[in-house]
Design a protein around this ligand. Structure first.
Ligand SMILES: [Ca+2]
Ligand SMILES: [Ca+2]
Ligand SMILES: [Ca+2]
Length: 403
């Protein structure tokens, strides 16, 4: 197969979608996979374009079956100004019902135990009620501390750096150990937490490494939708930090210039080409049917696409990524973009790897996730909605003999 430099200019009008994409732009959603409570199971606020994050959504809940989801630990990255950092859990205007919540921010560090590196989190600050006028948590880089009024949170943060932010119940304080390699004893952080305002971690607390949370059966859970500022996307370029995509159809923008360059080896179904960039998506189509993931006609970039089935009993994306793809494509149509189809199972999630197979040319485009087998009747152009475009196509075919 020969690649040709793609001179095609994609018309964004031709490929404009009338449905509002669930994960477009600077929003980030926890998706169907729960963020865990400690660094080993945290989720990354990741994306496929170099944009500021303005909204983070997720939920905690008491599970009727299985482990309860009491804490969501999220890895976030600050932008160029740490004082602009803000996570505002105003759940009244945020669209989620108010509940007694707590936000805690941690440093991300690595410690060596017997030569093995472990990711750990050490506390910086916590808050349950920002002020008497704002009885919900706000982590504010420009704000000062109840227990240290001359210090601002931004003083303790660095630009362009990664931190963990935890959403927990108000009474559910983090716990940790002083010596990560030896494990004991477990101590509770922020026992001095102010009821109003942000509390800066004490010098003793700041030595603790997060391992668990105080309250294993808290009723303080709920949905959250947090307004955020001063946070930028972390590239979704590792299997463990995919962009979550729920339902269909969903369109997501990408800029492969945002992905770090890798020596990714030969591409599975076109092994004479080498993977130089990658983004990962965790797609839960929601219902069974013929599924399609495509960049076909949506980009001038030379992409490759692979789909891996995630084991629902052991839903680790990186385990899935080590397997054989259930679908793979380099070239669709006449361009260098790609399209894969497969039979989606109800309730199952799929890891989609979008790759760049050359080192030249366009890097931006769109990727679309759709269920072609479960489109509503009357959806002639298969965009998932029945509208005037379908009517126009139907009328254009009126009186013809079909085919
Ligand atoms: Ca959760
Ligand atoms: Ca959780
Ligand atoms: Ca290609």
């Amino acid at each position: 197969m020969t690649k040709t430099p793609n001179r095609m200019i994609v018309s964004t009008i031709l490929f404009a979608f009338t449905a509002i994409p669930a994960f477009a732009g600077p929003d980030w959603d926890e998706g169907a996979k729960d963020a865990g409570p400690t660094p080993g199971s945290a989720q990354t606020v990741s994306g496929t374009t170099n944009t500021g994050v303005t909204n983070i959504r997720g939920s905690t809940s008491l599970a009727l079956v299985g482990a309860p989801d009491l804490v969501d630990l999220l890895l976030v990255k600050t932008g160029s100004n740490p004082y602009a950092f803000k996570v505002d859990m105003n759940m009244v205007t945020g669209g989620a019902p108010p509940w007694a919540a707590r936000l805690t921010i941690f440093h991300k560090k690595a410690v060596l135990c017997d030569g093995v590196s472990h990711l750990v989190a050490t506390p910086i600050a916590t808050v349950s009620a920002a002020s008497t006028a704002s009885m919900y948590p706000i982590l504010d880089g420009a704000g000062s501390f109840a227990n240290s009024p001359t210090t601002r949170l931004g003083d303790l943060l660095s630009a362009n750096s990664e931190y963990y932010v935890a959403v927990s119940g108000k009474s559910n304080l983090p716990q940790g150990i002083r010596d990560y390699c030896f494990g004991m004893p477990i101590e509770t952080m922020f026992t001095d937490a102010a009821s109003i305002g942000m509390t800066k971690a004490s010098s003793l607390d700041s030595l603790l490494n997060l391992t668990q949370w105080l309250d294993p059966a808290s009723a303080e859970t709920g949905q959250f939708e947090m307004r955020t500022a001063g946070i930028v996307m972390i590239p979704a370029s590792t299997c463990a930090s995919p962009v979550f995509v729920i339902g269909a159809p969903v369109t997501n923008s990408f800029d492969l210039a945002f992905a770090p360059t890798i020596s990714g080896g030969p591409f599975f179904c076109a092994p004479s080409y080498t993977v130089t960039k990658e983004f990962f998506f965790n797609w839960t189509p929601g219902s069974a049917g013929a599924a399609e993931v495509t960049t076909c006609g949506l980009t001038g970039a030379d992409t490759g696409l692979e789909v891996f089935a995630i084991d629902s009993c052991s839903p680790d994306e990186c385990t899935a990524a080590e397997g054989v793809p259930i679908a793979c494509n380099d070239q669709c149509g006449s361009g260098n973009s790609s399209s894969v189809t497969f039979a989606a199972e109800a309730g199952r999630s799929y890891l989609v790897r979008l790759t760049r197979l050359v080192t030249w040319g366009t890097q931006t485009g769109e990727i679309k996730f759709l269920l072609t087998g479960s489109a509503p009747s009357g959806d002639i152009n298969g965009d998932g909605i029945v509208d005037g475009l379908d009517m126009a196509i139907l009328l254009g075919q009126w009186g013809t003999s079909g085919g």
